[in-house]
Design a protein around this ligand. Structure first.
Ligand code: SF4
Length: 343
């Protein structure tokens, strides 16, 4: 792509974005901390889902200082349902570093911002370009898809090292005068027009610069090798109520999947026994719900039951009233079960 072509491409993309962009709450600000929150929430989560979470979160934690020392359980409660909870913890740890080391000002250069907890190359570039207008690459799945088609890049995007190829491509193409609109334009184009299947090439503002359109092979790009096989696990979840109308919940370990969140007693089917694990003898059980919950590399097949019993308490295991349960951070599958209970 020669210089003139590059200029035309930039212009077409930026102009399209400024005209067609969706009206999203984080697009009404250039406050770096707010952009940071939105970018973390948007990782692995759909825009429509993020909007109410973002609005609530910013209302509760409007500044870096308000988030930095908020109780973790409150933070997790605000994040409840968004999944990937380590994102919330890392965000808070990174924000705390900003407050303590950078006098509450998010760094405006890649070297410093990349040292913050949870800030990878994409998030760093997104904050630097959107909040500070710096011509820095921000390569996510949407950007890789668009550029693999426009520039006919056939490297396997499932490989970590391929990201570098796309970062260099953005460095080459980015409009230094309009870095924010350029990067957001690529992302928006990937989300709305240059979609994974059936890209809407006839509506595309950069069609005349797109090699894949010319070659007629857009549907075959990007190249991506198959994912590893999903792990499947079977669980019984038992909602246990005692004679006083309280429910037994346990806190998950501090590390790993859904760390520190609260759940009803959970047993791997065929491998764990409720009497041994929870010290309870249970009588009749009533089926609540059978369903599956899919994580990125894991599926839980859950059968959930209700019963009445007493249980021996231990660390990380407590009885809660239903009012208290409403304030506990709980993973989505547990919320689903709880919502089926007639309490
Ligand atoms: Fe994507 Fe088609 Fe536009 Fe090329 S012309 S960038 S394949 S939507």
């Amino acid at each position: 792509m020669n210089y003139e072509y590059k200029q035309q491409f930039r212009h077409a993309l930026v102009e399209w974005f400024n005209k067609e962009k969706r009206d999203l709450p984080w697009r009404q600000t250039t406050e770096p901390y707010h952009i940071w929150v939105s970018e973390v929430m948007l990782q692995q989560t759909r825009v429509d889902t993020v909007i109410p979470y973002y609005n609530r979160f910013i209302e509760r934690f409007p500044t870096a200082e308000t988030l930095a020392y908020a109780p973790e359980q409150e933070l997790l409660k605000m994040w409840e349902g968004l999944g990937y909870y380590s994102r919330a913890r890392n965000l808070q740890a990174g924000v705390r570093e900003v407050v303590e080391t950078y006098n509450s000002v998010v760094p405006d250069n890649r070297a410093d911002i990349s040292k913050l907890k949870g800030v990878g190359p994409y998030t760093a570039g997104a904050i630097l370009s959107i909040a500070y207008g710096k011509p820095e690459h921000a390569v996510d799945g949407n950007v890789m898809r668009v550029l693999s088609r426009v520039l006919h890049i056939k490297e396997d995007i499932a490989l970590q090292k391929t990201r570098k190829v796309f970062e260099e491509a953005v460095d080459f193409l980015i409009d230094p005068e309009n870095a924010s609109s350029f990067n957001q334009g690529l992302m928006e184009l990937g989300a709305l027009i240059c979609t994974p299947t059936s890209p809407k090439c006839l509506l595309c503002p950069v069609r005349e610069y797109c090699i894949a359109f010319e070659a007629g092979d857009a549907a075959e790009l990007p190249v991506k090798t198959k994912k590893v096989k999903m792990k499947e696990l079977n669980y019984d979840v038992i909602v246990i109520e005692n004679n006083e109308g309280s429910y037994l919940l346990e806190r998950r370990p501090e590390k790993g999947l859904l760390a520190d969140m609260w759940q009803f007693p959970m047993l791997e089917r065929g491998k764990e026994n409720i009497t041994e694990k929870y010290g309870v003898e249970i009588g009749e059980q009533k089926l609540i719900l059978q369903f599956k919950h899919v994580f990125s590399h894991l599926t839980w097949h859950i059968d959930s039951y209700y019963t009445v019993a007493t249980a021996i308490l231990s660390e990380n295991r407590e009885w809660f009233t239903k009012e208290q349960i409403a304030n506990l951070p709980m993973p989505v599958p547990m919320l689903k079960i709880w919502s089926k209970m007639d309490v």
